[in-house]
Design a protein around this ligand. Structure first.
Ligand SMILES: [Zn+2]
Length: 313
């Protein structure tokens, strides 16, 4: 069988000449020469991170089209092409630079983890930070050795005890593993009890309101990466937490700060809603904490902390 190559000529929307080499932008066809004339720095970019970027690009391109005396039909065609690139409800797609992307929409988020994500390294960094050993290399042997030792860093201690009762480092390691793993897929244990994590790249859609708190670990000292940790307090073992890793670069850190503010506002509005919905539940729970305080189970300091958390102070 002979293969016959069909060569089709198309008419350029700008110069009106027919050409063999052309580019399509929706209903707009441009010959190679006109396409080069029209091209701005990001002209070919498909992978827009937010609707503002699309709008900016559209305006640039339309200005060039007008300068080149494009027809009304072509202007309209280009306008439609860029409008079709906008995604409803999209706030921003944040590329962490280490194999994960965090897409924030008005009502939900999507965590994308690619096959390029180094799970082993992420787990190690995650454990390091939670264990108050920031910037230091931590191997699994060390983890076991210090599994029962108290953790030095008070801020980290607070985080850990809020995640798991007791706050032992071994559990922290497991939480780190689970949290990262959950972001990718599922975890399983082998016969010796060690956690085995198969890496399955993929996307995870999540609701902001499913989480109780957002913690941000910006890279400090020698650290190259940081992470955002979203906590689901319903599962104390951390299996339903969500972790997004990002690299240390000025542009990424700026976007992380914006994402953090956006998510925190979502969590706050959820808490406010919950407070209005169940004022009786809050008071009941406070009464129980007060009883525990009177019984000497809770210290005054612990009680004050719980009270603050209950009242969102
Ligand atoms: Zn042309």
């Amino acid at each position: 069988m002979m293969w016959e190559k069909v060569i089709q000529k198309e008419v350029c929307s700008l110069c009106g000449k027919s050409s063999l080499l052309f580019e399509k932008y929706g209903d707009v066809t441009l010959c190679k020469i006109c396409a080069l004339k029209m091209r701005t720095a990001n002209w070919k970019k498909e992978d827009f991170h937010n609707n503002g970027e699309v709008e900016e690009q559209k305006e640039k391109v339309l200005r060039i089209a007008e300068k080149n005396k494009a027809s009304d039909a072509m202007i309209q065609g280009l306008d439609q092409y860029f409008e079709s690139k906008k995604i409803e409800g999209l706030i921003n797609i944040l590329d962490g630079g280490v194999g994960q992307r965090l897409a924030l929409y008005e009502t939900y988020g999507v965590l994308e983890t690619s096959s390029g994500f180094d799970y082993e390294e992420a787990q190690e960094r995650f454990c390091n930070i939670l264990a108050g050993r920031r910037g230091k290399k931590l191997i699994s042997k060390d983890l076991r050795k210090v599994a029962d030792s108290p953790l030095g860093n008070p801020a980290v201690q607070g985080l850990i005890t809020s995640m798991i009762p007791g706050g032992k480092l071994a559990s922290v390691a497991r939480i780190g593993a689970n949290a990262v793993c959950h972001a990718i897929s599922s975890s399983q244990s082998n016969a010796s009890g060690a956690v085995v994590m198969p890496v399955h790249p993929g996307e995870m859609k999540f609701d902001y309101i499913a989480y109780d708190a957002l913690l941000c670990y910006e890279p400090i000292g020698e650290e190259e990466f940081g992470f955002l940790l979203m906590q689901d307090g319903q599962y104390e073992d951390g299996t339903h937490n969500l972790v997004f890793f990002f690299e240390r670069s000025a542009s990424v850190l700026k976007e992380v700060a914006q994402a953090r503010q956006f998510i925190e506002e979502k969590l706050l509005s959820r808490k406010k809603g919950a407070m209005h919905a169940t004022p009786v539940g809050v008071i009941d729970e406070m009464k129980q904490y007060k009883e525990l305080l009177d019984m000497g189970v809770l210290t005054q300091e612990e009680f004050e902390k719980l009270k603050k958390r209950m009242l969102n102070l």
